[in-house]
Design a protein around this ligand. Structure first.
Ligand code: ATP
Ligand code: MG
Ligand code: FE
Length: 332
């Protein structure tokens, strides 16, 4: 089977091709227009998706060396995400499927972040636990099968990616700040500064307190030394990253013990973070976990993950009709 998949839930326009379970194209057009705003501006994102969608589709077909006639299904992200952004991908998928007389496969973006683990070997064995850390979500998911998943812990306020991005904004770094904090953290001391840790007893997370603690700390230091950020950027980034990673892995460790599971995966944009990746490897060594970390191109938003999720739905014959509409919030 040859499946074309479209992802447009946020600010990446992406199209991938899955050929018999192998990803043979994964084209991602990033939007740089949001850099100076500290976050994604929905109206602008939607407009850029409209400009990008046709050339990105064409590039994916070229990369995969397939023609429209060889396609067997069209998969698309139905939600969750920005409605105006989703609408571009969903409308295009529906028109394309109608024109080519192909079945439509609807994919949940958060399932897809996890199912990205089924693109390359080694693949996790069911049941496994997945820490999904992205721009809008932070979840510990018990994955029993491809489409049988249960959230066992999640953030009560900000997502981990938001904690990175909002800290970056405080530090006057452009959006998205996560990758830049990661870069500066490599040159800094993770023990230089300490920030308040949330006191939550169950498997849930909270990151809004950390953000406030960072903000107050920086403002207080700037009163003493206006150049505080510039002079300590690497140490601040390393310390913030260390705090976030520590909070994330503490709960993951607790979940693994509680469920007696040693198959552990991470997914989502923040799983690209080098501090998280190496701390997870260390923890895996200590606790005898088998850990699964996605290739960089499948961490942040990409259609490859939508294509593999679509492929597994295609195998089940799980299709949707032309009346399907995008959902900004979508049941897990
Ligand atoms: P969601 O999947 O929840 O709908 P999203 O699709 O916007 O949100 P992703 O594309 O999965 O999120 O991830 C984007 C997030 O990942 C941003 O917050 C970004 O800062 C963060 N991120 C990307 N690379 C890194 C990195 N190396 N270190 C830390 N954070 C990172
Ligand atoms: Mg993005
Ligand atoms: Fe995402």
């Amino acid at each position: 089977s040859v499946i074309l998949a479209i992802e447009s839930s946020c600010d990446e326009t992406s199209v991938a091709i899955c050929n018999n379970g192998k990803i043979t194209a994964n084209v991602i057009a990033n939007q740089t227009i949001h850099e100076n705003y500290g976050g994604v501006i929905p109206e602008l994102a939607s407009r850029v998706h409209q400009q990008n969608i046709v050339p990105v589709i064409q590039q994916a077909l070229t990369d995969a060396k397939v023609t429209k006639k060889e396609l067997n299904a069209i998969a698309f992200t139905r939600g969750p995400g920005l409605l105006g952004s989703l609408l571009v991908g969903v409308s295009f998928a529906k028109s394309f499927a109608l024109a080519l007389d192909l079945p439509l496969v609807s994919v949940n973006h958060m399932h897809a972040h996890i199912l990205a683990h089924f693109i390359d070997d080694p693949k996790p064995k069911f049941p496994f636990l997945c820490l999904t850390v992205s721009g809008g979500h932070t979840q510990i998911v018990l994955v029993k099968d491809y489409f049988d998943m249960e959230i066992v812990g999640e953030t009560l306020d900000d997502a981990a990616g938001e904690a990175f991005d909002k800290t970056a904004k405080i530090l006057n770094l452009p959006y998205p700040g996560g990758p830049l904090i990661d870069k500066h953290a490599k040159e800094g001391n993770p023990k230089a500064f300490k920030f308040a840790e949330p006191q939550i007893k169950d498997l849930n997370y909270s990151f809004s307190g950390l953000k406030t603690s960072i903000l107050y700390f920086i403002r207080a230091q700037e009163k003493l030394n206006p150049e505080f950020i510039a002079e300590n950027l690497n140490d601040i980034c390393a310390s913030v990253q260390h705090s976030i990673v520590h909070i994330l892995l503490n709960k993951l460790k607790r979940a693994a013990a509680q469920y007696g599971i040693k198959e552990i995966a991470i997914a989502g944009g923040v799983s690209a973070n080098s501090g998280l990746r190496s701390a997870l490897q260390d923890m895996a060594g200590q606790l005898n976990w088998n850990v699964y970390i996605p290739a960089f191109q499948y961490c942040t938003d990409n259609a490859g993950m939508i294509a593999i999720a679509g492929y597994h739905k295609y195998l089940k014959g799980d299709f949707v009709g032309q009346d399907v509409a995008p959902l900004s919030r979508m049941e897990f």
